[in-house]
Design a protein. Structure first.
Length: 118
């Protein structure tokens, strides 16, 4: 099982970025997938989640109305469209997949850095 994030970078306040999370080793179509973020010295925090079919999504209050999570099960990929970015959105963003077997561990990607700065 592998999750590979991409799409991070440096963007000015008010700008946009789209992150991608490509999964391999399993089919994401059966699972809720999530994005988290983490700043140095801080706990990893929830950003957004999307149900297996994409019919339901959930967001942290801090990103509601600015971020949109989506998925393409045919490409085994999850996306995070980020708009109206703020300096406080600067973090490493991680893709998360749940434990595929009850009692086993969840999965994380290596993270992609997003920096919002002028």
């Amino acid at each position: 099982v592998q999750l590979v994030e991409s799409g991070g970078g440096l963007v000015q306040p008010g700008g946009s970025l789209r992150l991608s999370c490509a999964a391999s080793g399993f089919s994401i179509s059966r699972y809720t997938m999530s994005w988290y973020r983490q700043a140095p010295g801080k706990a990893r925090e929830f950003v957004a989640a999307i149900s297996s079919t994409g019919g339901n999504s959930d967001y942290a209050d801090s990103v509601k109305g600015r971020f949109t999570i989506s998925r393409d099960n045919t490409k085994n990929t999850v996306y995070l469209q980020m708009s109206s970015l703020k300096p406080e959105d600067t973090d490493v963003y991680y893709c998360n997949a749940p434990a595929l077997i009850p009692g086993s561990s969840e999965y994380w990607g290596q993270g992609t850095q997003v920096t919002v700065s002028s």
